[in-house]
Design a binder for this molecule. Sequence first.
Ligand SMILES: [Zn+2]
Length: 273
Amino acid sequence: MKPIFANSAFVLAPERLFLRGGAWRRVPLKVRYGFFRHPTAGAVLIDTGYGPSVTQGPRSLTLRLYNRVLGPSLVADGQPEPVLRRLGLKVEDVGTIIVTHFHADHVAGLNLFPKARIVAKAEVLRTILKQSAYKNLRHGVFSELLPADLASRVEDVDGVAVREAPLGLGRGRDLFGDGSVLAMNLPGHAEGHFGLCFANLPVPLLYAVDAQWCAEALEEGRRPGFPASLIAHDPNALAESARRVLAFRQAGGAVLLCHDPAESRYDLAAEVP
Ligand SMILES: [Zn+2]
């Protein structure tokens, strides 16, 4: 049950912003989201990437500004609908979406899936829905991107059993009750941020989402400082999460990050024209 990852958009950012000692040159970061087929749960998405709900149509002024600052270039054939079509599926076939955290680049496509069950941190969502737009904005969250009935479709990650992950990664939440996909808390980037460990692959994979933005930045001494530390929810916890992810890789695991500009073996191959 190997996951594959599509790229919804590119965001140009100076390398130095996400890699200590990096160049000033702007590098196209990817905005990945994942897909896998679970034997009983069926088609599952991991987040949804960036989509048109961020870049066009009626939006709040703050979301317009956010879009202007980050300037994502959407990848048309990397959006969920064409990607699912390539995989022989329709949006209605996606029964479950795992939401690793509620930043715009992870939830912008949730409105495409009005029927899907959402696996996420219920407590974090409750907090988002009750606090002011301003407070959410300070945490990079736009509640206008969240479907109105989201809370009623959420299944709490923290409500399922705990199981030991491989290679000393620690204990995670066994999302499907079969040990195949474990939700691993990786605090620091955003409130409740977690990654996913695909524990039964020949080489276990940790999708570490936004624990850093590129693989080299996991290394001690390459983690970015200011101003990246400003964006972090908790810089100390972020550094500790990066250490855990790195230790997993050093123990023989594979690691994938959402925004890493490098191609990975888990990426859906570009469509041949
Ligand atoms: Zn994020």
